[in-house]
Write a protein that binds this ligand. Structure first.
Ligand SMILES: Nc1ncnc2c1ncn2[C@@H]1O[C@H](COP(=O)(O)OP(=O)(O)OP(=O)(O)O)[C@@H](O)[C@H]1O
Length: 313
């Protein structure tokens, strides 16, 4: 090919990229995703992947699809996920992220903070505050539909939570930046004991867990339930000011749910499901309360490493 034609062809392609951002977005990740969120796809993902969480499924499906399809939300979406360890809070955040951005948690527009990892020292709190605020501001300026996930929220310093509070509120814009399309997801174990008490009451009275209604969890997720001295989240005025849109309870997982998690893992490793191994791995887990052994004390969290023992070839 002669150099002049090649140059012209290249210039053509480049102008194409510059003047047609949509074309560019076919090849690279963009803030406005290639496909809009599909309620059906999110529902399918939640139904097929998330076990034993009928309440969380329903709230998340309605909250997320409603928010994303609203062209002019009045405030950012704020979800607070509560429950025992290993019950699917991080897992659901991943599903939400994947349904909004193809890259899921690896997307440039999805940001995960872990309190003990990113903000470990109380003495640095002023520095963390500044960094966190400029991180949020910078990312939302670059992409209004940014997703921020805060794990271990109950271990986060109250001052730090207060620092993000303005971004969760009903402002049209703050210093020229609008935060109304952003999504904030807070994860914590706060309230887990009370959620478990409700689930245990249902189990003891012979009722199906699917009969538990959000209303039954109201007290477990009320301000007074969280108001303990060790929980930074609840010191702050997030709740008082009604900045959290949805409190989402995650129920403790039972033996049958562990088996479901184990089967999925076997399949994802390319093994045929062996029911004998499934039961043996599930039985190795520990359950509570001591007498009745109803709920797994680590949820589905460690079943995967236990599986290694049976397949170390
Ligand atoms: N309800 C569930 N349905 C299907 N898989 C689950 C469920 N809960 C947990 N898992 C599996 O267990 C893994 C660990 O769970 P996850 O990290 O979501 O727990 P968590 O609730 O965030 O726990 P923690 O409070 O300790 O952070 C997930 O990646 C997923 O594979």
């Amino acid at each position: 090919v002669e150099p002049i034609s090649l140059g012209l062809a290249l210039a053509g392609v480049l102008t194409g990229y510059i003047s047609y951002p949509r074309l560019y977005c076919l090849f690279a990740e963009c803030c406005s995703p290639k496909r809009s969120l599909s309620r059906e796809a999110l529902q399918k993902d939640l139904d097929s992947k998330l076990f034993g969480q009928h309440l969380a499924k329903k709230v998340i499906l309605n909250a997320v699809s409603g928010f994303i399809s609203n062209p002019k939300p009045k405030k950012p979406l704020t979800l607070s996920l509560h429950g025992w360890t290993g019950t699917g809070k991080n897992f659901v955040s991943k599903i939400i992220a994947e349904n909004i951005y193809e890259g899921g948690l690896n997307s440039d527009y999805v940001h995960l903070f872990v309190a003990t990892l990113h903000f470990p020292h109380i003495s640095n709190i002023t520095l963390y505050k500044d960094q966190l605020q400029s991180w949020i501001r910078g990312n939302v300026s670059a992409c209004a539909r940014s997703i921020f996930i805060f794990d271990e929220m109950d271990k986060m310093h109250a001052g730090l939570i207060d620092a993000i509070k303005p971004y969760l509120d009903y402002y049209d814009n703050l210093d020229g930046v609008s935060y109304q399309k952003a999504v904030f997801i807070f994860l914590s174990n706060a309230g887990a004991e009370r959620i478990t008490d409700v689930a245990l009451d249902f189990w003891r009275s012979g009722k199906q867990r699917e009969e538990i209604k959000l209303k039954d969890m109201e007290h477990a997720l009320s301000v007074s339930a969280f108001n303990n001295k060790n929980s930074g989240f609840w010191h702050s005025s997030l709740i008082d000011r009604n900045l959290i849109d949805y409190f989402v309870p995650f129920l403790p997982l039972e033996y049958k749910h562990l088996k479901m998690c184990i089967r999925v893992e076997m399949q994802s490793r390319g093994y045929e499901v062996d029911e004998d191994i499934v039961s043996r791995v599930a039985e190795e887990m520990t359950f509570f309360p001591k007498e009745e052994r109803v709920f797994s004390d680590k949820g589905c969290k460690t079943v995967f490493t236990k599986l290694d023992y049976y397949y170390d070839d």
